[in-house]
Structures are given as C-alpha cells and as structure tokens.
Design a protein around this ligand. Structure first.
Ligand SMILES: *Cc1c(COP(=O)(O)O)cnc(C)c1O
Length: 390
C-alpha cells in the first residue's frame, strides 16, 4: 500500500520534536548537532527568539491579503535587497524553484520585448540543480531528475561547469542567457572560480545575453558575504534566492536589474502567496540579523576555524576523506568511502550532515555557530572516521 505521504523521499527514520539554536531534539530522546540546517535554510538555527517574535507579532496582525493589494513588508524587503545588491527590483515567491522559474521567464521576456524573440535558449551546466518544476529539471537535465518526466521543456543547452571554451562554442543566435550556481550545491559543492564567473560576465556582455545566478543555496550569507558572487567581483542581471532568506519560513525571491526586468509588467507573472505578510515579516527579520554589524565577518571567522580543522581531519584520515570543498559555511568533503555511509554514521554519533553528488557530504551549519559547535562537530567527524578505519 502506498504511504499516505507520497513516498518521493528516502526519509531517515528520525522525528524531531523541538529545536534550539544549533541542536535538534528527536522523539527517540536523542540530541543532534544540526550541521544540515534544513539544507542551508535555518541560517540562524532553530527557534531564534528574534525570528519567533517577528513571526508571532505578524501572526497576530495579518497573514495574507494576496497580491491584489500593496504589501508593506514586500516594499520594505525589496528596498533593502536592492540597496544591498546589483538589483533594482524583486519578485517574491514561496520556494527556490519558483524564484528560478521567474528568472528563466524574465530572460525570455526581455529578449522578446527588445526585438530578439528568437533568443529563447538558456545555457546551463552539468551537475546543476535548480529545483523540481518541469522547467527547472529541464534546465538541469540530470537523469535522476528527468527520467520518466518527458517531454522536457525545450530551450536549455548544457556545457561542463567551469569550461568557458565549451560555453562559447555552445552560443547560437537563439541563446538568451546563461544560468549558473556560483557554487554548485546538490552537484557536490563545486565552486566556480572567480575567473570562471568573470568569464561568464564577459561572454554575456559580448553576446548580449543575460547572466542568471542561482544563489538559492550559496546566497544569503552562506559564504560569509551576503551573496557568493561578491567574492568574484561580478554581478549578474538576474538572481534567484531562497533557502536562507526565510530562515525556515518558505520564502524565495527573484532579483533583477531594471533593464533585465523591463518586460515584467502588470499581468505577466504572479503568485497567490508570494511575499505574503508572514513571509515578509520573517524575511525582514532574517535580514536584520544578517546585516547586523560584524555578523558576516563572524561567519568568515567561523569558516576559517572550521576549514582549518577540517583540513587537519582530512589529513589525519586519508582512508576516509579525500578533499575539502566550498567557501564560508557552505562546505563539502569528498570521501574515499561512500559519502552516504559517512552521513549515516555521523548521524549515529549525533551530527547531522547533508549528502550531495560526486561522493561528497555537505557541511551546512547555522551561520551563527561558534567555536564550541565547531569543536563538537570535528570531534564527532573524527570519531566517525575512526570507526571506518576499525
Ligand atoms: C534548493 C535549491 C533549489 C530549489 O529550491 P526549492 O525551494 O526546493 O524549490 C534551486 N537551486 C538551488 C541551487 C538549490 O540549492
């Protein structure tokens, strides 16, 4: 008999009943150090008092009105996000995939409105992940995402991540944009080099293409800057954001320049829930915490500490771990043994991690952890590695 919850996930048999800061408490009586953070979502851990206050205060006032009306929280959050970034305008969604869809539609609309209706195709990269809508799986093309779901949406061409020559060769008169995760998450924490990202910007400028960054996982402070592309000193024309932006409340956003979004006029796109007052209250509160003076510097300092200790750990356990990847607190370890086994054993030892492609496991702690949590995680990983050796 099919389970009442559609069995599309291979779920771990643990039920959490409570969270506090970086810890989760399960019905089995155990406490876990949460370096999964809901897949880079719980940027401030669990039950952060400031976020609880923002959500509950709003819950007593107003939940939802629809986008038939102005929503004050959207205007506030969009003003703040545009002040902080390359963007001039923001569309709010409930999830990452929807934010990505908005970006993809925007690219086509831009070229349609500017006299190049043939420029409908978007170049994407191998091992990409952009979500689970038909559009997003058609763009990512990975067999595990698309098998059995055809016919796929036409309009996506794929090249190797990091290869600018292959990219240039893939451009045709129908190409309208390039979509890339500055750091691939699901694909195995594969970091696009600054040169690669700058090269993409150059190509887009040369060919009149829109550059579309998917910062759903790597954005919102995850790398120690508000957005990962800041490290490379380039800006996109369009960017989708989600995960950390709501700190656990469903929220996403598509940011764009005025020029790129010029076709997105009244009636062209929408969402019933997108940017509702509850989501906006939490989104604004998350941004308060993230932009507090010194916070992102602290993320960088914590990252430095954690990366140093992970390098030692890898060196001390060469039969288990192969390589450290990533930036900030978006880290991954490529394993010698199956990475899924490391994730399972670490969980038995009280540490939650996230699997990824390429035999990597992801280390995605809340951004506000400190030295004590770093040390605790390292001790558990070391114990876990020793169990493999034994
Ligand atoms: C998680 C993720 C998505 C999809 O977000 P959903 O909220 O699951 O729809 C898209 N792109 C990247 C890079 C992601 O990490």
């Amino acid at each position: 008999m099919i389970p009442v919850v559609m069995p599309t996930y291979s779920r771990i048999d643990v039920v959490f009943e409570r969270g506090e800061g970086p810890y989760l408490y399960a019905t089995n009586g155990r406490r876990y150090l949460d370096f999964a953070a809901g897949i880079a979502v719980n940027a401030f851990g669990h039950a952060h008092p400031y976020l609880i206050q923002a959500l509950t205060e709003q819950a007593h006032k107003l939940w939802h009105t629809s986008n038939l009306f102005r929503v004050a929280g959207q205007e506030t959050l969009a003003t703040r996000l545009t002040d902080l970034t390359f963007a001039d305008t923001v569309f709010f969604t409930n999830s990452g995939a929807e934010a990505w869809e908005c970006g993809a539609k925007l690219i086509r609309k831009y070229h349609y409105e500017t006299g190049n209706p043939q420029k409908t195709r978007i170049i994407t990269f191998e091992q990409a992940f952009h979500g689970r809508t038909l559009g997003a799986v058609s763009a990512a093309k990975q067999e595990k995402l698309v098998k059995g779901f055809g016919p796929l949406l036409d309009g996506f061409d794929q090249v190797a991540f990091g290869n600018l020559n292959e990219l240039r060769n893939a451009i045709t008169p129908e190409t309208g944009g390039i979509c890339v995760e500055p750091i691939q998450g699901e694909g195995g924490i594969r970091t696009g080099s600054a040169d690669f990202l700058r090269g993409l910007r150059q190509v887009c400028d040369e060919f009149g293409l829109l550059l579309f960054f998917d910062e759903i996982q790597c954005g919102m402070g995850r790398t120690g800057k508000l957005f990962a592309h800041e490290w490379a000193g380039v800006t996109p024309d369009v960017m989708c954001v989600a995960k950390g932006i709501g700190g656990g409340f469903p929220l996403g956003a598509c940011l764009a320049t005025e020029k790129a979004a010029s076709g997105m006029v009244a009636g062209t796109h929408g969402s019933t829930y997108g940017g509702n007052p509850l989501a906006m209250a939490v989104g604004n509160a998350v941004l308060d915490l993230m932009m507090a003076p010194g916070f992102l510097d602290q993320v960088q300092a914590t990252s430095g500490l954690l990366q140093g200790k992970l390098e030692q750990l890898i060196k001390a356990n060469p039969g288990v771990f192969a390589e450290l990847r990533g930036m900030g607190l978006m880290l991954g370890i490529k394993c010698v043994v199956p990475s899924g086994d490391v994730v399972a054993k670490a969980r038995e030892n009280g540490l939650l991690l996230v699997p990824a492609g390429d035999n990597v496991f992801r280390i995605l702690p809340p951004l506000n952890i400190g030295e004590a949590e770093v040390n605790e995680a390292i001790a558990i990983l070391d114990k876990t590695a020793k169990e493999f050796a034994a």
